[in-house]
Design a protein around this ligand. Structure first.
Ligand SMILES: Nc1ncnc2c1ncn2[C@@H]1O[C@H](COP(=O)(O)OP(=O)(O)OP(=O)(O)O)[C@@H](O)[C@H]1O
Ligand SMILES: [Mg+2]
Length: 227
């Protein structure tokens, strides 16, 4: 099978891109999809994350570091296209990086995590405009916003979520959202997704599973891979 490519991208730093990329990959692997994360960010957070995994752990999330490739990342990624079902690309936050644009040209789905507050909404505009232009070139590209690091009890959250839902007609806001939870940074230490934390991370597991299911629908893939 030719891998589907999912890019996690937003120029805003710290909005939960790496968190979403690695937790998404850990979820897909648990549903039977052969999945790899491509770390396209020179910060190397995804690589460091999986470096914390215990040797012999039941689930190992493979991560390939391709931040050195710059705009040639698409060429590098194509080398892996027949080896995996899903390639999840953790894009760098730099505005001047050629990587988000290059990735949008070859992705099946772009997930744009946005923290629902005014500053993060403003900062997302440039990326959404770039994505809109790339949708004109890559006709199979779908783009969705994901509410990330959400604090549901904050007064501004509700109106920010409403704004996110209507920012671009062709870019829906996923129903599933990632709330602010200690389980996410804790999962970094486990070297795996929140699943590794077991029942202590029940709420986080439920929301990442819901998000995964919504993304798989966009990709026309079943939640469970039947071999
Ligand atoms: N839902 C969440 N709840 C709590 N903490 C979170 C959540 N998502 C991310 N974090 C934490 O916030 C920090 C930034 O998250 P992350 O590294 O995923 O963002 P990023 O967009 O990849 O950042 P960068 O732009 O620097 O690559 C990390 O410490 C991460 O563990
Ligand atoms: Mg990151």
């Amino acid at each position: 099978m030719r891998a589907k490519i999912v890019s996690v991208t937003n120029q805003k730093g710290g909005c939960g891109k790496t968190n979403l990329a690695v937790n998404f990959a850990g979820t897909a692997i648990r549903h039977g999809y052969k999945t790899v994360v491509v770390d396209a960010d020179p910060q190397g957070t995804a690589l460091q994350w999986v470096g914390n995994a215990e040797e012999g752990a039941a689930v190992q999330i493979p991560v390939i570091g391709l931040s050195h490739a710059g705009a040639k990342i698409t060429h590098e990624i194509k080398k892996y296209i027949d080896d995996y079902d899903l390639i999840i690309v953790d894009c760098p936050p730099a505005v001047e990086s050629p990587v988000p644009q290059a990735m949008l040209l070859i992705s099946d789905l772009a997930l744009v995590p946005v923290v629902p507050n005014p500053g993060d909404l403003w900062a997302a505009t440039a990326l959404l405009e770039l994505a809109e232009r790339m949708m004109g070139v890559n006709e199979t590209l779908r783009v969705a916003l994901v509410a990330s690091i959400v604090r549901p009890n904050l007064g501004m959250t509700k109106s920010a979520l409403q704004t996110m839902a209507t920012m671009k007609d062709n870019m829906p806001l996923f129903k599933a959202q990632i709330n602010q939870r200690a389980a996410y940074p804790e999962s970094m230490l486990s070297g795996d997704s929140v699943h590794a934390l077991g029942s202590a991370a029940k709420a986080a597991i439920k929301e990442i599973e819901a998000l995964y299911a919504e993304a798989m629908k966009q990709l026309h893939l079943k939640v469970e891979k039947k071999s």
